[in-house]
Design a protein around this ligand. Structure first.
Ligand code: BV8
Length: 253
């Protein structure tokens, strides 16, 4: 039996499917992957040196501008056939497929996927660098000042307390959102099949979900044109682009 046939059989047999996606699933929507060579003024910087609170504190404007550039690049990005294949499968088989993404580009949601577990936050949301002094955390009434009402700037800031606005993504060294991570761990630990799509498998704890699925007895299929750090956790590898192979993998028999 060929690799695709075997993977399709596992899809048909699986009562519960967990899908772990990374930047590669958005590559065919024209979104540069996370570790592609950076273009422009960040050519000599690694993403890991920009996506940290320390980098933001050291040079708020440069980090803010990097995110503004990424938001701009995403403005016209549309979900591709891979995102669509996942969303259509969910619609045909309600409750059978959980999508866990490391991506912050909202393209799974834009494609119509539901219940997406966004482990690393959302590029289009902002929050304060520090909890607002007027928030209920400090005994204030309500949620404190609204970052959307901050003074315009690169980054925007609070005129009263100089708090800075930052992107509501999970930076390196920051904890993942508890509810999303525990739901993802539950999905990975109880699925019969995990599809690992478009991720280098470098970033933890997200990448650990593939090992959890394998250790919990699920079949693991990696879909990626290149070798990944999760290949050793896979029972099968499909070497190719996700926009081409996800529709083939998930098409009804
Ligand atoms: C944390 C948001 C602790 C920001 C991102 C072990 C356990 C726990 C932590 C660690 C650990 N070991 C190391 C760590 C620390 C660190 C980490 O993993 N570092 C790495 C670099 C070694 N992890 C953390 O810091 C995490 N936090 O653990 O906190 C803690 C606990 C309690 C209290 C306090 C602290 C936080 C990690 C989240 C970081 N934020 N993103 C932003 O976007 O700016 S991660 C970032 O990398 C993106 O989200 C991205 O999605 C993610 C993973 O990258 P990939 O998606 O895989 O993308 P990449 O470019 O690498 O690969 C693309 C792939 O696509 C390639 O394989 C390519 O071949 C493939 N591809 C290309 N074209 C296609 C394709 N595939 C299919 N089709 C195609 N057409």
């Amino acid at each position: 039996m060929g690799t695709l046939e075997q993977a399709r059989l596992w899809v048909r047999q699986a009562r519960r499917i967990a899908v772990l996606t990374g930047a590669g699933v958005s590559a065919e929507s024209g979104v540069p992957t996370f570790r592609d060579a950076q273009t422009g003024i960040w050519a000599n910087l690694r993403p890991e040196d920009l996506a940290t609170e320390e980098a933001f504190r050291r040079n708020p404007r440069r980090v803010w501008d990097w995110y503004a550039q990424r938001r701009e690049n995403l403005r016209d990005a549309q979900p591709n056939a891979g995102h669509a294949a996942l969303a259509e499968f969910q619609q045909r088989h309600p409750g059978r497929m959980t999508i866990i993404t490391q991506n912050v580009d909202r393209l799974h949601q834009k494609a119509g996927s539901t219940g997406v577990l966004a482990l690393h936050g959302d590029l289009f949301e902002n929050r304060w660098l520090h909890p607002c002094l007027k928030s209920d955390l400090y005994g204030g009434a309500g949620g404190g000042c609204d970052p959307a009402a901050a003074e315009p700037g690169r980054p925007p800031y609070c005129a009263e307390c100089r708090n800075l606005v930052r992107p509501a993504v999970v930076w390196f060294g920051e904890a993942l959102p508890e509810d999303a991570l525990s739901a993802a761990e539950h999905a990975a630990g109880t699925c019969n099949l995990m599809l690992v799509v478009g991720t280098s498998g470098v970033v933890y704890p997200a990448a650990g979900l593939a090992h959890l699925a394998r250790d919990s007895g699920a079949h693991v299929v990696v879909l990626n044109p290149e070798p990944t750090d999760l290949d050793q956790a896979a029972h099968l590898r499909i070497a190719g682009p996700s926009a081409q192979w996800l529709p083939l993998l998930l098409a009804e028999p």
